[in-house]
Design a protein around this ligand. Structure first.
Ligand code: ZN
Length: 340
């Protein structure tokens, strides 16, 4: 089947699980009740995707407070008690970040519970996302490794351990989220892709990397407005990714200022094309979605196109996110009828 659908990763959390419309929501429950609620929300996320016609479903990232910190909570060697303020993504945001103070090790499994729960309740292909090593290394302060690439490689080894375990849990696609690739373009070919390949070492399941211009929050919208008419960040990093072992690359397309011909630099890769904008509450029509797929077909062979969202939908209103999932499924179906 051409134009299968998927999501970048996160979906809005139900209000009974966490504060709505926030990137760093507080949990509404604690202990055993929270653990159960996360699994219940995972099931809901899977069902909503299935009903909307999403072919490669995600856990919706219901079990993590934030896409990077959801992983870091399971890592030893990090001091969360004495966070420091640091400019991240080349100073786009100021954030209070934890400090790496010793050798990094995993405390145990990170996403086992939700991955197994989702696996037990869907026959569709299942994708789980992990933060990429470069993005993690840009979201913590280093007081131990003394070199950002070295620290990123240490994180990549931990990611690899969890990724291999997820594969054993029955996960079909493991995606690494690397928004930092669009910021530190010079470092992507020198060590970013190497860190990514370390994270996928030994995996036989489908591997993906998501590179985007961020959630639809103000700091990102301001940053995008400063990038000019044409966003050419991908031009610097796609050649290195095309040569890598990663099978799929997830990118922003709809309402993006990325020249579409840059997608041609990803020869041989599946392109997870963003056909749903996460920075606007306006719900796409199936016609618009099919139109974006048609535009992507100019530069990517149709059997290599997967229809996706531009980025995660965690901070969106639930009803809007659900309507956008339906538009995604309907738009891909329309495109199959027209261009299949
Ligand atoms: Zn994203």
């Amino acid at each position: 089947m051409i134009f299968p659908t998927t999501v970048a990763g996160s979906l809005p959390k139900p209000a009974w699980l966490a504060e709505p419309n926030k990137l760093w929501p507080k949990w509404q429950l604690a202990g055993e009740a929270l653990a159960q609620a996360k699994l219940d929300a995972t099931l809901l996320a899977v069902k909503l995707q299935e009903d909307a016609g999403v072919d490669i479903v995600c856990d919706g990232e219901m079990s993590r407070q934030h896409f990077v910190h959801g992983f870091l909570e399971f890592v030893d060697g990090i001091d969360f008690a004495n966070k420091i303020e640091m400019g991240i993504r080349a100073d786009r945001y100021k954030a209070m970040v934890p400090v790496v103070r010793g050798a990094l090790t995993l405390k145990g499994r990170v996403h086992q519970a939700e991955a197994r729960h989702a696996r037990a309740h869907t026959k569709r292909k299942l994708k789980i996302t992990l933060p990429g090593a470069m993005t993690i290394a840009d979201t913590v302060a280093d007081a131990h490794y003394g070199d950002r690439a070295k620290m990123a490689f240490a994180f990549a080894d931990l990611l690899n351990k969890e990724a291999r375990a997820l594969q054993a849990d029955g996960v079909d696609v493991i995606q690494f989220d690397e928004p930092a690739f669009n910021v530190f373009m010079d470092e992507v070919p020198t060590w970013g892709v190497e860190a990514l390949e370390r994270a996928v070492d030994g995996l036989t399941c489908t591997t993906a990397v998501h590179i985007c211009y961020g959630y639809g929050i103000k700091a990102n919208i301001d940053w995008k407005n400063a990038l000019g008419e044409e966003w050419r960040q991908y031009e610097n990093i796609f050649p290195a990714l095309a040569k890598s072992r990663i099978k799929q690359v997830s990118v922003e397309v709809i309402h993006s200022h990325v020249p579409l011909k840059l997608l041609g630099l990803l020869e041989g890769k599946d392109v997870l094309a963003g056909v749903i904008d996460v920075a606007t509450e306006k719900v796409e029509t199936p016609e618009e979605v099919a139109g974006v797929i048609k535009a992507v077909m100019q530069f990517v062979p149709k059997e290599k196109i997967v229809a996706s969202t531009n980025c995660g939908m965690a901070p969106m209103r639930r009803d809007i996110a659900e309507a956008k999932l339906v538009a995604l499924g309907a738009g891909a179906k329309l495109a199959r009828e027209r261009f299949g």
